[in-house]
Design a protein around this ligand. Structure first.
Ligand code: ATP
Ligand code: MG
Length: 288
């Protein structure tokens, strides 16, 4: 089984912490020794600049999708060890039309990713989705193993999640991506001073249970400052509450993805089962 997990961070709502989560999850995973490829799918290129890279004309997924460039030549190093990126730039907006022209448009991103996946050098591919439901976004979801939805701790947070769940169902039903799963829901911009934030988190947990990550990302001014320095908050202010929250999220995320995609361990042979279930001998109970 390949080791690379392809995760899209998505929500068609704007400004709910998708890019912040991609950039900081990548940073915190790299601290855990994981290798990460970020794919910036938003022509606004916020993930690109948030990881300290300038927008460069011609350096995005766009020329790869048209066959004008090789994906290996487009993958860029970032200032951070273990984090690489396929950047975005404004031209990427044109990719929508380009993909629409291709016969199997749901499969085009998968086609590009296959080369990356064959190499199996990355632990994670994190895709930063734009706040829209265009063809680029849906063909990216068709290429993903899982989706992480970020939600702001505000009223109507859950509105729109039904859109994501129906896309997942469609991908299953039309065979475009039968394995796609809702990996988890991350609550962001939690303001501990308001009752509203706590109520929203409770309500989302009541609806979605364990799919909601235990970690909740607080509203934190250091998080909002970091992008103007072209740095994830995890590196910009490692001791800030925002950085610590994203580190804790990365731990949880890594554990969950590891268990979700690892095949169940084979049943132990019968004699071994007996041994395990045998009551503890007196020497063991006498000496805890
Ligand atoms: N936990 C947080 N605390 C404070 N500010 C935050 C937090 N998370 C995100 N922000 C800020 O909120 C704004 C929106 O966040 P972000 O860009 O991550 O959302 P997005 O979902 O990617 O938006 P878009 O849909 O436009 O791509 C940014 O200015 C970001 O710096
Ligand atoms: Mg964004």
């Amino acid at each position: 089984m390949r080791k690379t997990r392809v995760i899209a961070i998505a929500n068609q709502k704007g400004g709910v912490g998708k890019t912040t989560t991609v950039v900081n999850l990548a940073a915190a995973l790299s601290e855990l020794g994981k290798t990460v490829l970020v794919i910036d799918l938003d022509p606004q290129a916020n993930a690109t600049s948030g990881l300290g890279l300038p927008r460069q004309s011609g350096v995005s997924l766009y020329p790869v999708l048209t066959g004008a460039a090789d994906v290996a030549d487009i993958i860029q190093p970032t200032p951070y060890e273990n984090i690489n990126i396929i950047p975005a730039e404004l031209d990427l907006a044109g990719a929508e039309i380009e993909i629409a022209r291709q016969p199997n448009h749901l499969g085009v991103v998968r086609g590009v990713l296959d080369r990356v996946l064959d190499a199996d050098v990355f632990d994670y591919v994190l895709m930063d989705c734009p706040p829209s439901l265009g063809i680029l976004m849906t063909s990216s979801l068709a290429a993903a193993d899982g989706i992480v939805v970020t939600m702001q701790c505000e009223y109507y947070a859950m509105e729109g999640l039904s859109v994501i769940t129906s896309i997942i169902r469609q991908m299953h039903d039309n065979g475009a991506n039968p394995g796609l799963k809702l990996e988890g829901i991350l609550m962001t911009m939690y303001d501990g001073r308001t009752r509203l934030a706590a109520e929203v988190v409770d309500e989302v947990r009541a609806h979605f249970g364990d799919i909601v990550y235990q970690t909740v990302i607080p509203r934190n001014v250091r998080i909002s400052e970091a992008p103007s320095f072209g740095k994830p908050v995890v590196f910009y202010d490692p001791a800030s509450r925002g950085a610590m929250a994203y580190r804790s999220f990365a731990q949880e995320f890594a554990q969950k993805t590891a268990s979700a995609y690892t095949p169940a361990a084979p049943e132990p042979p019968p004699e071994q089962t007996e041994k395990v279930t045998e009551p503890a001998g007196p020497e063991e109970t006498a000496n805890p």
